[in-house]
Design a binder for this molecule. Structure first.
Ligand code: FAD
Length: 462
């Protein structure tokens, strides 16, 4: 009899299993893939970041090496080798989780799990008994009506297919200007593909700060990505090894056709709870298929919990990890805690885009009086030395209390810089607290301090 069986070994599930084992529980984790790590390590965060890193280096070699006096032969891409580098990166990480399972005495039960009843998890012909179950089965790409994805064909693909295309396409249409579409779109643009992004809404990266959205689109356009906004895709079909995408512009309903070697469908993801047997168990789900949970990650059935992409909230690996640790704490009789107001979101393009907390728009809609402190990277010596002087830090602060409500960054290392603001927000810090904190020079983090100074008497270098 286990204390806990976790279903799914993504960042939510494996972190939950390890934490529970550290707290002294007898734990097993069921995973149907051949490797641990879930979407994130196998076909998500990690392989995409490997390709983003490789192609960023290519961009540096082509665009900036000569400017720094680094001369030499023109760098060329060996796609097979780049794919091998990506696979090795993934492999190292998935093996690392296997090692951690062994170290923490977490049993990996290989296979597909169904929940027979609270306390009974069936894998193959064996029923495993357990006091608690955590559903951490994650998400899968959301399809689009009229567009049939076939990852093996390599022409109309989802993110999984786009990470492993047989060859670099000359042209690519990305359907959906969200994080995944833009990250992978920029990978292929850097590899020389002519990339067009079709987006149904009138903005890219919906939900982000408005100023960041505009600046980001401008910067990506400079890198060669083309954008058609307000475009409703009707269909996509494969003809002679290429794809034809038909869409209608919302403004006049005019039907347009675009052809490309490859189409990436990046229209979001849906929770993956198929085949678990939730309906028969009486585990309630939302209209969109997410598992309903209470404040302690408990489903409507006692002894069954759920976390990560399978439950409502941002579909992010670190949100899943935080929930994994918190629910393990709850099951072990402790107080689990996740601060949903301080979950950063990062887009790993160059430049990176990062945000946490309220946008200016949301703060104002909520009736708050806010101060905005902005600082451009053009005033940051380190950023300029790296040819990354475009972009800015934008801090949203309560006008009365000076408390930091949110931060939005587009620029060098934005995905790392955001965390000093996360820590500040966790401690309920004011902009003045950040402004009074000494920041090493020359670092790009000085831009965050300058944005905080801009909330008071003014930034120094702007
Ligand atoms: P998952 O990682 O989806 O893992 C669930 C696991 O459960 C899977 O391995 C699945 O095989 C298994 N499973 C499902 N049902 C069963 C069953 N019945 N029995 C046994 N096993 C089962 N997030 C970030 O924070 N940063 C990023 O940079 C980032 N980049 C991404 C890039 C791409 C291309 C994609 C697709 C996603 C990216 N994400 C990123 C999102 C991130 O991958 C997810 O938010 C995260 O993986 C969710 O973790 P999870 O544990 O909830 O589920």
């Amino acid at each position: 009899m286990y204390d806990l069986i976790v279903i799914g070994a993504g960042p939510g599930g494996y972190v939950c299993a390890i934490r529970a084992a550290q707290l002294g529980l007898k734990v097993a984790c069921v995973e149907s893939r051949d490797t641990l790590g879930g979407t994130c390590l196998n076909v998500g965060c990690i392989p995409s970041k490997a390709l983003l890193h490789g192609t960023h280096m290519l961009h540096e070699a082509h665009e900036n090496f000569e400017k720094m006096g680094l001369m030499g032969a023109h760098v060329e891409v060996d796609w097979t080798k780049m794919q091998a580098y990506k696979a090795e990166t993934v492999n190292g990480n998935t093996k690392g989780i296997e090692f951690l399972f062994k170290k923490n005495k977490v049993d990996w039960i290989k296979g597909w799990a169904t929940i027979e009843a609270a306390g009974r998890v069936k894998v193959g012909d064996t029923v495993h008994e357990t006091k608690n179950i955590v559903i951490a089965t994650g998400s899968v790409p959301q399809g689009l009506r009229g567009v049939e994805v076939d990852n093996t064909g390599g022409v109309i693909v989802d993110s999984t297919g786009a990470l492993a295309l047989p060859k670099i396409p000359k042209s690519m249409v990305v359907i959906g200007a969200g994080v995944i579409g833009l990250e992978l779109g920029s990978v292929y643009a850097r590899l020389g593909a002519d990339v067009t992004v079709l987006e149904y809404l009138d903005v890219i990266t919906p939900g982000m700060d408005g100023e960041i959205q505009k600046q980001f689109q401008k910067m990506l356009a400079k890198q060669g990505l083309k954008f058609t906004l307000g475009a409703a895709v009707k269909s996509a079909e494969v003809q002679d090894g290429a794809a034809k995408v038909t869409y209608a512009l919302k403004k006049d309903n005019a039907e347009q056709v675009i052809e490309a070697d490859c189409v990436l469908v990046a229209t979001g993801r849906r929770p993956h709870v198929d085949g678990l047997g939730l309906e028969a168990l009486g585990v309630e789900t939302t209209e969109r298929g997410f598992v309903k949970i209470d404040d302690h990650w408990s489903t409507s059935v006692k002894g069954i919990y759920a976390i990560g992409d399978a439950v409502p909230g941002p579909m992010l690996a670190h949100k899943a990890e935080d929930e994994g640790m918190a629910v393990a704490d709850v099951i072990a009789g402790k107080h689990g805690h996740v601060n949903y107001g301080v979950i950063p979101g990062v887009i790993y393009t160059t430049p990176e885009v990062a945000s946490v907390g309220l946008t200016e728009e949301a703060a104002k809609e909520g009736g708050r009086k806010v101060k905005v402190g902005k600082f451009p990277f053009m005033g940051n010596a380190r950023a300029k030395a790296q040819f990354l002087g475009e972009g800015f830090v934008k801090l949203i602060v309560d006008a009365q209390t000076d408390r930091i409500l949110g931060c939005h960054i587009i620029g060098p290392s934005a995905g790392d810089l955001i965390h000093e603001v996360c820590v500040a927000m966790e401690f309920g810090a004011s902009a003045e607290d950040l402004a009074l904190t000494c920041h090493a020079h020359p670092t790009v983090s000085e831009a965050v301090r300058e944005a905080a100074l801009a909330c008071g008497a003014g930034a120094i270098h702007a």
